[in-house]
Every structure is written in structure tokens, then in C-alpha cells.
Design a protein. Sequence first.
Length: 134
Amino acid sequence: MIRIEHIGIAVKDLEKAEEVYARLLGTGSYKREAVESEGVITSFFKTGPNKIELLESTRPDGPIAKAIEKRGEGIHHIAFEVADIRAEMARLKAEGFSLLNDEPKRGADNKLVCFVHPKSANGVLVELCQEIGV
């Protein structure tokens, strides 16, 4: 694991949340992107070397909608940048972690992603991210 890549925050209303975070961070969102496979629209903010990803569900049965229904709005996941996502997935499986997907998927912000089940990471949903083309 190289560094924390971003913190994902589940929100009900992306526009309202963007206003809140723009005021909070003193900067606007630099990118909005739909991720059809996950049923979300994302909005990214950058402050210093750190990124915040706001996630709004585009469908009532999507993972973000379900997370908000169960736990309310708030921190959804923490993402770590990795150099080789497949090697990191294999390492984590060998260490006994449960992964939510067997192969990396295309995620937002030009990344390949894989999620570690929260039950195997002390209740935290962990995302692995590798820049596509690296």
C-alpha cells in the first residue's frame, strides 16, 4: 500500500453535499463522474495531497443507497493506492482477508478498484486503487 488515495463519503444529495464541502475545504469539486457499474455519481475534492470522494446513488437498490439506508450519510470507505492491484489482492487473500470481487473493476478517477469486506477489516470498507495505465 502506497498511501491513502481518498476517503469516500456517502451522501443523499450530491449538489447539497458539494456546497457543504466547498465551504468546508475552501475549494470546489474538480471532477464529477458517473460509475454506471456501481450505480453512483461521484464528485472529487482535493485539498493538499488528499482527496475526498462524495458518492450519491443513482438507483434505490445501489450499494450507496443501501449503505445510507442502513447507517445514514457519512464515511463510506477509505481507499489506498497500490502499485499492483492484482498482487495486492493476492497478498490480502493469503493474509485471510475477504475481498468483495475476484477481479479488479473500473472505478472513478481512472482507477482499477477492488474492495475488502468490512467484516475482515474491523468494520471498515477498504478500497484498493491502481491508476489505469500504470
